[in-house]
Design a protein around this ligand. Structure first.
Ligand SMILES: O=c1ccn([C@H]2C[C@H](O)[C@@H](CO)O2)c(=O)[nH]1
Ligand SMILES: [Zn+2]
Length: 134
């Protein structure tokens, strides 16, 4: 089995983005999580009560978790932004729960601008379960 390429993961995020429900912001985001040779996808889903909206990244991550995976290898995120899309703080924190600090976060846009990051660079000093209790 050939290993899954970054382009394949980005394509999955791009396809997932088409299902975004964004009647308020009109800002569609797609995300795809890699676990081994499997891919779980998500898009942002908004609500008339704006604060209940959920980002693409968390929808994709939670799909993977619901399928039984709590250790995720990689995530790709795409939106129609000037440069590579920037995940919100909540999503960076949720990535921290299920990905290694050195795991790759691929951020891109519809023009193909791509930034490849280690998660730890996107959320320095992240709060983790190690910070709980003593
Ligand atoms: O990385 C991001 C940034 C924003 N959004 C969503 C939240 C909201 O639905 C819309 C505008 O903020 O985009 C994401 O899904 N991911
Ligand atoms: Zn977010």
């Amino acid at each position: 089995m050939e290993s899954l390429t970054d382009q394949t993961l980005i394509q999955a995020a791009t396809k997932a983005r088409e299902a975004a429900y964004v009647p308020y912001s009109h800002f569609a985001v797609g995300a795809a999580v890699q676990v081994g040779d499997q891919i779980y996808t998500g898009a942002n889903i908004e609500n008339a009560s704006y604060g209940l909206s959920l980002c693409a990244e968390r929808n994709a991550i939670f799909q993977a978790v619901l399928a039984g995976h709590t250790h995720l290898d990689k995530i790709a995120v795409i939106a129609d932004t000037k440069g590579p899309v920037s995940p919100c703080g909540a999503c960076r924190q949720v990535m921290t729960e299920f990905m290694d600090p050195t795991a790759t976060v691929l951020l891109t846009n519809l023009d193909g601008d791509l930034s490849q990051n280690q998660l730890q660079a996107l959320i320095p000093g992240a709060f983790t379960k190690e910070d709980l209790h003593d």
